[in-house]
Design a protein around this ligand. Structure first.
Ligand SMILES: [Fe+2]
Length: 201
């Protein structure tokens, strides 16, 4: 067994004009494939630890030291991207009444949630991710991580994530990350976010 690159759940051009097909090809076929290959290369050195990346990254100290950073980077890269593809859709979706109520209770309104998420995504310096998570207290929280670090390693359950590495937006949006963040909100798969929220809380 080895980790395999999952197919996109839609066509490469399905998210146009918000996310362009060229970006999706590079991002999925090249970047995500590289995380998969590198994660497998690390895991092959320690077959005794298995391949459950979520469990391994939930307890990074349990990962053998010689492959720990490689798995944080590439195992995290695989998990984050596999989730990211599912968090987008060309279909129009909206948060469930339950999730919408939780967002209102936590942030004040959907607009204030979007503003907080946008700040997290805009101000993450360099490469990383912005997240909506369910934290250890079972509450919604907006956060961000560097590189391919997953919130799972902080005991948080990601229910929405946005890749803000330049590879995620530079082909279409060049240096204008805020336009890419705004576009993302047009393609969020709220059905998937609802499903993750229900499982996480
Ligand atoms: Fe990426």
């Amino acid at each position: 067994m080895a980790i395999i690159l999952p197919d996109l759940p839609y066509a490469y051009d399905a998210l146009e004009p918000y996310i362009d097909a060229e970006t999706m090809h590079l991002h999925h076929d090249k970047h995500h494939q590289a995380y998969v290959n590198n994660a497998n290369a690390a895991l092959e050195k320690h077959p005794e630890i298995g391949e459950d990346l979520e469990a391994l990254l939930a307890d990074v100290e349990s990962i053998p030291a010689d492959i720990r950073q490689a798995l944080i980077n590439n195992g995290g890269g695989h998990l984050n991207h596999a989730l990211f593809w599912e968090l987008m859709t060309p279909e129009k979706t909206a948060p469930s009444a339950e999730l919408a109520a939780a967002i209102d209770a936590t942030f004040g309104s959907f607009e204030e949630f979007q503003a907080a998420f946008t700040v997290a995504a805009t101000t993450r310096f360099g490469s990383g991710w912005a997240w909506l998570v369910v934290n250890k207290e079972g509450k919604l929280e907006v956060t961000s991580t560097a590189n391919q670090d997953t919130p799972i390693s902080e005991g948080k359950k990601p229910i929405l994530g946005l890749d803000v590495w330049e590879h995620a937006y530079y082909v279409k949006y060049r240096n204008v990350r805020p336009d890419y963040i705004k576009a993302f909100f047009s393609v969020i798969n709220w059905n998937k976010v609802d499903e993750l929220y229900a499982a996480a809380k």
